[in-house]
Design a binder for this molecule. Sequence first.
Ligand code: NAD
Length: 355
Amino acid sequence: MSVFSHDAFDGHEQVVFCRDAESGLKAIIAIHNTSRGTSLGGCRMWPYANEEEALTDVLRLSRGMTYKSALADLPFGGGKSVIIGNPQTEKTPALFHAMGRFVESLSGRYVVAEDVGISVPDVETMSKETRHVAGITAGGSGDPSPATAFGVFEGIKAAVAFKLGAPDLKGIRVAVQGLGHVGWELCRLLHEAGAQLIVADLNRQQTQRAVEWFDAQVSAPDAIIREAVSVYAPCALGATINDASIGELRCAIVAGSANNQLAEERHGALLRDRGILYAPDYVINAGGVINISHEKRLTGDKPYVKATAFAHVARIGNTLTEIFEIAERKGISSAQAADSLAEQRFKRAGHRKAA
Ligand code: NAD
């Protein structure tokens, strides 16, 4: 297994392989870029089939955090960690103590938070060994989902204004796929703003609640992507924009919280060719990490103030408008425009640091 020549290596500053015999921990911490500040990113626990798969995942995820933080105007770089193991059956306190010690050994170059397979109590166990943690309940900002939903809501407003010239969301039809932590809160905000909702979830009780609470129309999980709407908001799974689905979309805008919405990078250009405006996922779904960045343990001294954090989240709308304008001016996809704007920001910060 190569590391420096790995396809996803992309100039990572540091990759740490962690092994603790006593607890059985096998983990990788990847630090992509710290030119804007210490690296911040969640820890994922997943039963990877092999080490190669775990390495690929952590490298891609940590690179993604560099771009996300740069476009969210955060004073952080990109990092991520993965624990190889089944989160349903292999979690022990010893495992998370060992992980915390490895995070501590990096002396603050990496700050860990939760991600898929890792919950707040797991990070709290790590915090017994290191103070370089974020997103825990004690002294923290709590569940990031409402902030994520608010950021997506602001992003949808910006996309609707740009693409449709509409001043607000009154009467705008939005298809929300997934009514979980983010999707439900997003529906609440959209409903309040006068949007018409079409929803889908595997959980029928949840869709029924949406009918009662938000006057939503229900679609089938495999049909929602084909609904004729202004906005398709994927808030469940990734990779819903793929070769099979792209020709079937009947929306003007794709804007939702799901990570990795494009199955492959080239699907960003295909959306553009179809005249569909895409709000790049890592830009529109950054509300959670923006909210966490306002925690006292990350600001250094200032206590968390929800209004300040949410005002920062609301700036996602302006960032997206800037990205849409760049894409239009340069004749490139919004996904490419987002990447190049992020690169300018973290490379410029790197030059400042080096000077
Ligand atoms: P969640 O697990 O709370 O909710 C997901 C919902 O999607 C569930 O209700 C589930 O039943 C439903 N679902 C699953 N498969 C579906 C399908 N095929 N069709 C329709 N519905 C389906 O997750 P969440 O925290 O709400 O996150 C949603 C998405 O946003 C995920 O992709 C997540 O990675 C991403 N995201 C979340 C946050 C956050 O703050 N929670 C931040 C950034 C990105």
